[in-house]
Design a protein around this ligand. Structure first.
Ligand SMILES: [Zn+2]
Length: 484
């Protein structure tokens, strides 16, 4: 490379700016002879380079020559290598000499379409992973670094299943690309970060994900939570409620005011129930708003707000703002403190229908939790239209299930209240359609409606709802015991 001493670029020029040697003092740092317009840009993550104060000088198939600031961190070269997918040859230059060049380069590339690192192959990998997640009805993609590569697993029906293994370099470039797409700080690999991104599938459908990174000793681990799958429909009729429960929910949703509470432990499907309920509401004639942390699924016709406590946008703040927006229906991700409980109740008392989740194991515990948060007994009696308690139970594969033995049948018959005449419990061992006899998950519900009494104090109703499903051969009675 033809090295010459550098002088600051003429920032007014965007065309060719030939830099002539400024002087020949041997102690001055050097940059190659530079023609600004000829600096490489195509096929490079130019925005990232600018942000990292890296000036690309020459780009070949296997190598990128760059100028970096003298005080650059030791990890910079490795980051660049991963982001650009090639070897990096760097010269160091004092920051004050490099800065004007970076500014000029930034101006030069600002109009370029975003260019990605090895975009074709990495984007294809990511698109394939996203498509697998959508079409196999997965909920999360895990990309886990290990010494022998990146292990990619998919969570389907609550169970992690191996999906792919990527070579270390390709895995790192995928992670880098995901971070770029999610607008995260690509240079920061030591701290966890989170964001959101969209991936367009081959059929043109768009899948939305939330991305969270975790710095592990083997590298950055990434979890992608699918929040808007094109193949996922939300309907209250598909939740798994009995006809009676469905009628209670439909009635409650037609109310103009009051409170619908959904409870259950983490991962019990509360959010899907709330979302399906909102989709049942006439959103053309009712103003529907939601406060969520995070927004897991984009809902047409619903004004969704993502709660961000770190910037002071907590549930209570969002709820107060909602009340100034003339809403008819409000959904609250979770009532977690006395303040949000109080505002929720006030909203329900003043002509709004409010749907919310509460972290409690059953309807009775939910009632107690609201009392603990400072809500008066009579206010609860006045406002609460429905308390839904729920669990998700692994569903037996309909392809390979077969009648269960007499002992299982007897066990269900002994516990089921009231008894059912025709018991057809089933079991399943596995086939090509399922994973060890399990295919999807089924919701089981307890729906408590007014007048509320002390009978809502144990797990009985939920267990009985599960027993009915076991008696119908839809779930395994053992699996039921595990989730309740
Ligand atoms: Zn099967």
């Amino acid at each position: 490379m033809n090295l010459a001493l550098v002088s600051a670029p003429d920032n007014s020029a965007t065309g060719s700016t030939n830099i002539a040697p400024a002087n020949t003092a041997p102690t001055r740092p050097v940059l190659p002879h530079i023609d600004l317009a000829s600096l490489p840009r195509h096929g490079l993550p130019t925005a990232l380079l600018v942000r990292l104060n890296v000036l690309p000088l020459e780009f070949t198939d296997h190598q990128l020559n760059v100028a970096i600031p003298e005080n650059a961190s030791g990890a910079l070269i490795q980051q660049l290598s991963i982001a650009c997918g090639c070897d990096i040859e760097a010269i160091t230059v004092p920051e004050e000499l490099l800065a004007p060049w970076i500014t000029s380069y930034a101006a030069l590339v600002s109009g370029d379409a975003p260019v990605t690192d090895e975009s074709a192959s990495i984007d294809t990998v990511l698109r394939d992973l996203a498509a697998s997640c959508c079409y196999r009805h997965g909920s999360d993609i895990h990309m886990e670094p290990a010494p022998d590569g990146y292990h990619v697993r998919l969570r389907i029906d609550g169970i992690l299943q191996p999906l792919a293994q990527l070579p270390v370099g390709q895995g790192q470039r995928c992670v880098m690309r995901l971070k770029l797409l999610a607008g995260l700080d690509v240079g920061e690999q030591r701290l966890p970060q989170d964001g959101a991104l969209n991936i367009t599938l081959d059929d043109g459908e768009r899948a939305s994900f939330r991305l969270a990174t975790l710095p592990t000793v083997d590298g950055e681990k990434v979890t992608l939570r699918l929040i808007n799958s094109p193949s996922r429909q939300l309907s209250i009729t598909e939740l798994g409620m009995s006809p009676e429960q469905l009628q209670l929910l439909t009635q409650a949703l037609h109310s103009s005011r009051g409170l619908i509470l959904v409870c259950g432990p983490t991962g019990s499907g509360k959010t899907v129930t709330l979302y399906s309920a909102l989709m049942h509401i006439d959103r053309h004639h009712r103003h529907v708003v939601s406060a969520e942390h995070p927004v897991e699924h984009r809902l047409p016709g619903v004004q969704q707000v993502q709660v961000e406590p770190r910037i002071g946008l907590d549930f209570a703040t969002v709820l107060r703002a909602f009340l100034r927006q003339d809403p008819d229906v409000m959904m609250i991700g979770e009532i977690r403190d006395a303040e949000s409980a109080e505002i929720t109740l006030k909203a329900a008392q003043t002509g709004h229908l409010v749907l919310a989740t509460v972290h409690a194991t059953n309807a009775g515990a939910c009632w107690s939790r609201m009392r603990q948060l400072g809500i008066a007994e009579e206010d609860l009696h006045e406002c609460v239209k429905l308390i839904i308690s729920q669990r998700l139970v692994p569903a037996l594969c309909r392809h390979c299930r077969r009648p269960a033995d007499a002992r299982t049948k007897m066990k269900i018959a002994q516990q089921l209240q009231p008894p059912i005449a025709a018991l057809a419990p089933a079991t399943a061992t596995g086939c090509q359609h399922c994973h060890d006899g399990i295919q999807g998950r089924l919701g089981i519900f307890e729906c408590a409606s007014p007048p509320f009494t002390a009978t809502y104090s144990d797990m009985g109703p939920l267990y009985q709802a599960g027993l009915v499903k076991a008696a119908q051969g839809l779930i395994d009675v053992q699996a039921l015991s595990h989730v309740i």
